[in-house]
Design a protein around this ligand. Structure first.
Ligand code: MTE
Ligand code: MO
Length: 427
């Protein structure tokens, strides 16, 4: 079978939409000057308003006056389906990412669902398969809140593309965000229906409809049962989530219900989940069985033999400075984020910067919020000279794991986590 090229299909934006000096849809947000952003906003490219939903969940609740509405401030990479990321300088203004600056990554248009009518079924290798209304889910089980970073496996794909063109949404370093997620433990739901023999993987299936050639399939995936049942220091392995940052999920983020799997790539956090199926094997859904793998050539053999990506690796990015304004010799304020690998025993313990092509490294000041499964913000006053052409960042975690200096190219442009660098002009 041929590998899926669905999320590598040509994008709807024409180069002109991003402005004359941008390199078409591949242009890095950081290359766009302030004036251009304002221009884009007035042209409707930024500041796009997405309709959120209230818990009443009325499908007609689309008007901007609805309380759940979220006015997004994002750079739209593709509008249909919606794929958008924040300007990097906006991304690191706060440890909790406000929903308006939280990226959206959707493979198909967001379905319009009613809170009152929606049902989630739990079936497969369970003793009491059944479906739940949203009211039952929210009222019958204990409510839990967890802060966790969600990151797309395609974060920084544009850097893979700089080596050798990778098709797909040309993400800069913005499809990542740290939010508070409120819902119920997946483990509580599974305990309620009682796991049967051979329960090894938990599949999630969305009610969205992704066009794939002649077929229409739901987005889906699965996680191992150990992850579904895990709970470490109060962080559940997976949360059946209704709220983001204290508000009902916006439609683009999965209203009325999605999964959040702390430590796993964003693709495993299935939005608009309508079916949970317990199985003795990993999901056969395209997005688990075929996509989201690291392959070089893309032969049938390679797609089959590679394992699905579950956890994300350590990463970091410079978000400020994010434009090409020239700096004077002296100190420059540099800021960004660092993400520990998606493992329960890791946090970020060191972030280093270089302004001299990696000859010397300067330690950045780490932000106070230091939590497992969460990014850490950092900043520094870095000395720059006229010899400085780039600022480079690299992070290390609490077990001494560091970022690789470079990473092998892969066909889909996933998990780019080499040292991040931004160009800087010093006069
Ligand atoms: N149903 C559904 N769930 C989905 C997706 C999707 O396209 N459809 N995209 C996934 C991917 S690739 C990512 S990175 C995250 C993005 O979540 P967000 O849009 O809320 O930021 O959702 C995941 N869940
Ligand atoms: Mo993703």
């Amino acid at each position: 079978m041929l590998p899926d090229r669905r999320d590598t299909a040509p994008q709807v934006h024409t180069p002109g939409e991003l402005g004359p000096s941008a390199r078409g849809p591949l242009a890095k947000a950081t290359n766009l000057g302030r004036r251009q952003f304002v221009g884009m906003a007035s042209a409707g490219i930024l500041g796009v308003t997405f309709a959120g939903r209230t818990v009443s969940g009325l499908t007609h609740a689309l008007a901007p006056q609805d309380p759940g509405d979220v006015a997004k401030q994002l750079i739209v990479r593709t509008a249909d389906p919606m794929n958008a990321e924040p300007e990097l300088a906006d991304l690191v203004q706060s440890w909790i990412t406000p929903t308006r600056h939280f990226y959206v990554r959707s493979h198909a248009p967001a379905p319009e669902l009613s809170f009152d009518a929606f049902r989630l079924s739990v079936e497969g290798r369970v003793r009491m398969p059944r479906s739940f209304s949203m009211k039952e889910l929210t009222e019958r089980f204990e409510s839990v809140s967890t802060i966790a970073t969600l990151t797309c496996a395609g974060n920084r794909r544009n850097e893979h593309s700089a080596v050798r063109e990778v098709s797909g949404v040309q993400w800069d370093a913005g499809p990542i965000g740290n939010a508070e997620w409120t819902g119920i433990r997946l483990s509580d739901l599974l305990k309620f229906v009682e796991l049967g023999p051979g329960a090894k993987h938990v599949w999630f299936e969305s009610v969205d409809r992704v066009k794939k050639g002649d077929e229409v399939i739901p987005f889906g995936g699965s996680i191992p049962i150990e992850q579904a049942m895990a709970e470490e220091s109060g962080v559940p392995g997976a949360i059946v989530t209704f709220q983001m940052n204290g508000k009902p999920l916006a439609r683009d983020h999965g209203f009325p219900v999605r999964l959040i799997v702390p430590g796993y790539i964003g693709a495993r956090s299935v939005k608009w989940v309508g079916r949970i199926l317990v199985s003795d094997r990993p999901s056969t859904n395209h997005y688990l069985a075929t996509a989201y793998k690291l392959v070089q050539e893309g032969t049938d053999e390679e797609w089959k033999s590679q394992p699905p990506i579950y956890r994300y690796p350590i990463n970091s990015a410079i978000c400020i400075p994010g434009d090409d304004t020239p700096h004077k010799r002296g100190t420059v304020r540099v800021a960004g984020y660092a993400l520990p690998p998606g493992l329960s025993d890791r946090t970020i313990s060191r972030v280093e910067l270089s302004a001299d092509h990696g000859k010397t490294w300067h330690e950045a000041e780490l932000g106070p919020d230091d939590r497992r499964f969460c990014w850490r913000l950092w900043q520094a006053s870095l000395d720059v000279t006229p010899d400085t052409t780039h600022v480079i960042v690299r992070a290390a975690d609490s077990k001494g794991t560091t970022q690789p200096e470079s990473v092998p190219w892969n066909l889909k442009g996933y998990l780019f986590n080499a040292y991040h660098q931004v160009p800087i002009k010093v006069s």
